[in-house]
Write a protein that binds this ligand. Structure first.
Ligand code: PLP
Length: 358
């Protein structure tokens, strides 16, 4: 078997969920498992977290039905709500909770004939300008929801932050202030906090927190923020060294020859490339762990392989193990070398790379 794999530590996720809970002890916790649980595998992750969380959340109907079909019975919110009227009956049948963020969705709910009412989360746009009713429209939307037989009681008033990952963000203060002002008018449970807000904005915890990324053990902050240190990264993306060669000073390595040896060098070839989930845009110098030692990526990332300069490492031989990210190498650091964020790297982990659970 090819050794390239993403090893997923479900116990680490349960630990991270408990950590989120401990930061917001008065709130209920909705574990976000959208996008195939951020690449970690929606069904195994949902099974591991459903008894620990008060509810789960996914982005869309397809993700929700996948979980229901696999026997997940926990409360399950569809964060985008529905875009097709025909799906409302299915949502009611499967007891999904729906985000209601637009006039279009509200009208569809009012007009539908449903087997049972649906629990609704009413979304207000407090400044992100992506989804949600404007502050001035919420009153009317709330009135219509409470008069709508298809909407279950206990609506949750919700919003989403644009800049919670910037711990000194003025925008987040403003969003919280708007949400507080508004919420004074509605006798509802509230929800605002994503991972960054769970960690850095305690005044935004309200009745429900909605952590996603932190459950997978990674910091949502760009810079190292010590509030994320109690987290345990759940994914270890590993592979093997499959070849070693001596490269003379002046020789180039890999496609387009973008890296040239400045000295006689030892180059290790590893069996993971962009088709396995390693970012093709990772620059020369991106750290890779081989036998636990850091060594720099050199040359272009290929589809199935990468090359690493191991000249300064203790001797490396074929079959030695490499870690591309994991508890000992922050996925966020690797992501910065590829001009992206760890969220993208884990969620883009492709089918070819097996998930191994332990
Ligand atoms: C994805 C998402 C979350 C979770 O965000 P993280 O940064 O992963 O914690 C919370 N709420 C909404 C509406 C989302 O779309």
């Amino acid at each position: 078997m090819r050794s390239t794999a993403a090893i997923v530590d479900l116990g680490a996720m349960v630990h991270n969920l408990h950590h989120a809970r401990s930061l917001a002890p008065k709130s209920r916790t909705m574990a976000v498992v959208k996008a195939n649980a951020y690449g970690h595998g929606a069904i195994p992750v949902a099974r591991a977290l459903e008894s620990e969380a008060d509810a789960l959340a996914v982005a869309c109907m397809e993700e929700a039905l996948e979980l229901r079909d696999s026997g997940i019975t926990a409360p399950l919110l569809v964060l985008e709500g529905l875009c097709q009227r025909e799906s409302l009956a299915l949502a009611a049948q499967h007891q999904l909770w729906l985000m209601i963020h637009s006039e279009h969705q509200l009208a569809a709910l009012e007009q539908a004939k449903l087997p049972a009412p649906i629990a609704c989360w009413l979304k207000v746009d407090t400044g992100m300008h992506r989804l949600g009713f404007n502050v001035a429209e919420v009153n009317e939307a709330y009135g219509r929801l409470t008069n709508c037989a298809n909407c279950a009681p206990d609506i949750v008033l919700t919003t989403h932050f644009a800049c919670a990952d910037e711990p000194a963000s003025h925008d987040t203060h403003q969003q919280i202030e708007r949400f507080n002002t508004l919420a004074g008018d509605f006798p509802l449970a509230r929800s605002a906090a994503n991972s960054a807000a769970v960690l850095a904005w305690p005044e935004s915890h309200y009745q429900w927190i909605r952590p996603g990324y932190m459950l997978y053990g990674n910091s949502p902050f760009n810079t190292a923020v010590n509030t994320a240190q109690a987290l345990r990264p759940a994914m270890t993306f590993g592979c093997d060294v499959i070849a070693l060669r001596d490269v003379k000073k002046g020789q180039r390595v890999g496609y387009s020859g973008i890296w040239q040896a400045q000295r006689d060098s030892v180059i290790a070839t590893l069996n993971a490339g962009y088709a396995d989930g390693y970012p093709r845009h990772a620059q020369n110098g991106t750290p890779v762990l081989i036998n636990g030692h850091r060594a720099p990526l050199v040359g272009r990332v290929s589809m199935d392989m990468i090359t690493v300069d191991v000249t300064d490492l203790p001797p490396v031989t074929p079959g030695d193990t490499a870690v591309l990210w994991g508890p000992a190498l922050d996925v966020g650091e690797v992501a910065r070398w590829a001009d992206t964020i760890g969220y993208e790297l884990t969620t883009r982990m492709p089918i070819r790379t097996p998930r191994i659970y332990r």
